[in-house]
Design a binder for this molecule. Structure first.
Ligand code: OAD
Ligand code: ZN
Length: 268
């Protein structure tokens, strides 16, 4: 099926439902300037997930080669500070307003779905701009700029990032204990898993956006939707694990294809 025919079919499927659920990954934010993890030149090409992607790995790297953590933090801060919702995010905001999109389940921690106006967002891997208390579990959200500029200033003020100083630059909870970014690292429990599987099992159309589909348990959501009878539509310029799962595959960028689908629905 060529791309325009696929877009046509997707628009028709969207118009028939009020139960569209999306499942997004890093590709969704690529056009906002945030590199993906597994594409060439992506985050896991530049940094070793064993060294920066797990809690114990991160602490170990911090004690042995703190410059690696500093480089990782610097890069993360600069790309996240500049990132804004792209036309793909904005199209999903419109689909929610139209009453078509019921829920976004995202693996992204960048807050861009909310900034595009979506209210119903499950962030299965957490949110970088929210902090969680290491002792009492209380959570606190910050604005993008507020969080990143504070973090950057703190990093810059430290002569060296090491285990003791990282505790000092972490913000403090009302209970007095340090708070950490509320993101899920490898080996940690994902967030909102039960609700995500309920929504996937209850949707009529599952839209899979810019994810390689290799990190479980989140990666099983499209299969869950398909088993429950949903039509699965994927938008991705490359290949993913959903070959054989997706009923309609649209090869291209979410920032280009999603606005075209919304346009079709508007003109229908
Ligand atoms: P990946 O980097 O694994 O996959 C990104 C996908 O986006 C690839 O399939 C690309 O082809 C696709 N892509 C690239 N540009 C795109 C664009 N403009 N439009 C649409 N698609 C595009 O990222 P994720 O699947 O999100 O986990 O990775 C899953 C998890 O692995 C992440 O949540 C993170 C990571 O380790 C944790 O941090 C726990
Ligand atoms: Zn606390």
């Amino acid at each position: 099926m060529d791309l325009s025919a696929g877009i046509e079919r997707a628009a028709e499927a969207f118009q028939r439902t009020r139960k569209l659920v999306t499942f997004s990954g890093a590709g969704m934010s690529a056009e906002s300037g945030i590199p993906t993890f597994r594409d060439p030149g992506g985050i896991w090409d530049q940094f070793d997930p064993e060294e920066v992607g797990t809690g114990p790995g991160l602490l170990d790297t911090l004690s042995r080669t703190p410059e690696k953590i500093r480089a990782f933090a610097d890069q993360t801060i600069s790309v996240f500070l500049q990132a804004r919702p792209n036309p793909g995010h904005l199209a999903l905001g419109t689909l929610e307003q139209m009453g078509i999109l019921k829920f976004i389940i995202t693996q992204n921690v960048d807050n861009l779905h909310q900034e595009a106006g979506n209210k119903k967002v499950i962030e299965i891997h957490g949110n970088l701009f929210r902090q969680r208390c290491l002792a009492c579990g209380a959570k606190k959200s910050f604005g993008r700029e507020e969080f990143l500029t504070k973090f950057k200033t703190a990093l810059g003020e430290l002569a060296r990032v090491d285990l003791s100083s990282i505790m000092e630059i972490l913000p403090k909870c009302h209970c007095g204990s340090p708070m950490r970014p509320d993101v899920v690292m490898f080996g940690e429990a994902v967030q909102g898993l039960h609700e995500s599987f309920e929504e996937a099992g209850d949707c009529e159309v599952m839209l899979v956006l810019g994810t390689s589909g290799v990190v479980y348990p989140a990666a099983a959501l499209p299969q869950r939707a398909k088993e429950a009878g949903a039509t699965v539509i994927e938008i991705n310029p490359g290949e993913s694990a959903y070959f054989g799962v997706a009923d309609i595959r649209l090869h291209g960028k979410t920032g280009e294809i999603l606005p075209r689908i919304v346009e079709k629905i508007r003109n229908a």
